[in-house]
Design a protein around this ligand. Structure first.
Ligand SMILES: *Cc1c(COP(=O)(O)O)cnc(C)c1O
Length: 419
């Protein structure tokens, strides 16, 4: 029996049976998902949890409203970044004192790229791939312009990375999972290649953290950053994280040398002295409300096996590809993600010449994915709340949108600011 024949025999009941046997199924009830929505965009913005609603309420009305400035001590706001970092550390194979949570991914990347330039004396090149997420490249461009002469940016196509990794390269910075195709780098293998070339390796984990197991220590990664509002569900613009491997802690000097990263901020002394360890990468006052929500969202990963998350994510994405290719055949969709699940993150992308209006028509029917120019439909499978049966239902809606041609309605053609 071919894959297509097998797919043609599948029924919704098969997917209900998978949900009934799913060890992660109980996690879904923790999320405040709107009725009638199949949410396949947790790779871009994770959904709200019920606990986060309560936590936001408490931090605003009780801690801030009643506690006022006393809450820095009484609610221990001052150590909130470290408490949140400990929860992130477990998800990325780091120890708690190698991670801090602050600012955005873009800013944390700038902080680390700028600070790392002293770690490989005599080398001036920051190397990345053209496929990297645009902000990662833009931030490095800005740094290279600021420090022209002492930092140079080299951007090459993925296929040329190893060739470009020469004795001038101080640091290789890459994103583990490609935001467009979902293609995944081997973190350990690429880190090894960087080290063999005498360079450091920095990983952006924005599209992987919370969706697959990550072992920064095992990979020997030097530096990392990642996003709090995608699979971690920390809310729009949630604080991001930053990782520095222990061996670099005393050698790496922050460039955004703010008071919160000072050894003794409340001495208000003249002259910057970095705090010991990772704390030096706090620059300004932590965003307590946003951090509290992220803190709460991270509790949803407590006791959850990332291997189970990964296994379910692979099963969901495999089923999605199989069903789309059998039930939507002949409608012009082509797979834009690696076919091998081990080579993907937790998202699947299909190309279509009319990708934008098709996605708008899907969203109008409650199947929320997103669109990336020029022609990509992206579908993210976040295993804590996406059910097997959602995959079945989403493909049924996609099939209906394509066969009816309803996406041709002019109301789906006008492009919004955020896609
Ligand atoms: C989402 C994402 C970002 C986002 O950066 P912000 O500073 O939060 O806007 C950065 N890099 C990658 C690889 C991402 O996927």
């Amino acid at each position: 029996m071919t894959r297509e024949q097998a797919a043609a025999r599948e029924t919704r009941a098969d997917f209900e049976a998978l949900d009934a046997a799913d060890p992660l199924a109980p996690c879904r009830a923790r999320f405040a998902l709107p009725r009638g929505v199949i949410y396949l965009d947790g790779n871009s913005l994770g959904p709200l949890t019920h606990a986060a609603v309560d936590r936001a309420q408490a931090v605003v009305t009780r801690e801030w409203g009643e506690g006022l400035i006393r809450s820095w001590n009484e609610a221990d706001w001052i150590n909130l970044p470290a408490r949140v970092a400990a929860k992130v550390a477990r998800l990325i194979g780091a120890s708690a004192d190698e991670v801090t949570v602050a600012d955005s991914t873009s800013i944390n990347l700038f902080k680390l790229l700028a600070a790392a330039r002293g770690l490989r004396p005599g080398r001036h090149v920051l190397l990345t791939e053209a496929e990297n997420f645009p902000t990662d490249v833009y931030v490095a461009e800005g740094l290279a312009e600021l420090l022209s002469g002492s930092v140079m940016l080299r951007v090459v196509p993925r296929a040329e990375l190893l060739h470009a990794l020469d004795e001038q390269v101080a640091l290789l910075f890459l994103t583990e999972v490609d935001y467009k195709s979902g293609a995944r780098h081997g973190v350990a293998a690429m880190t090894r290649r960087a080290h063999e070339a005498g360079a450091l390796a920095l990983w952006d984990l924005s599209h992987s953290v919370g969706a697959l197991p990550i072992d920064l220590r095992g990979a020997g990664a030097d530096l990392a950053v990642g996003c709090g509002y995608k699979y971690l569900n920390g809310g729009p613009g949630a604080p991001a994280f930053l990782y520095v491997a222990k061996p670099w802690h005393e050698a790496i000097h922050p460039v955004l040398s703010g008071w919160m990263g000072h050894a003794r901020p409340f001495d208000f002394a003249l002259g910057y002295q970095p705090a010991s360890g990772i704390a030096r990468f706090q620059a300004g006052t932590p965003s307590v409300i946003a951090l509290s929500i992220l803190d709460s969202a991270l509790d949803e990963f407590e006791g959850v096996s990332l291997d189970a998350v990964r296994a379910k994510s692979s099963a969901l994405s495999e089923a999605f590809i199989r069903l789309v290719e059998s039930r939507c055949a002949g409608h012009g969709l082509t797979l834009a993600s690696p076919r091998d699940a081990t080579q993907r993150g937790s998202q699947v992308s299909f190309r279509h010449a009319h990708g934008y209006p098709i996605m708008q028509a899907l969203i109008a029917r409650g199947v929320i994915g997103d669109f990336r120019a020029p022609d990509l439909l992206r579908f993210g499978f976040a295993p804590l709340y996406v059910r097997h049966v959602d995959v079945w239902d989403a493909v049924a809606v996609l099939e209906a949108v394509l066969t009816s041609g309803e996406w041709r309605d002019p109301r789906f053609a006008s492009v919004a600011t955020v896609t």
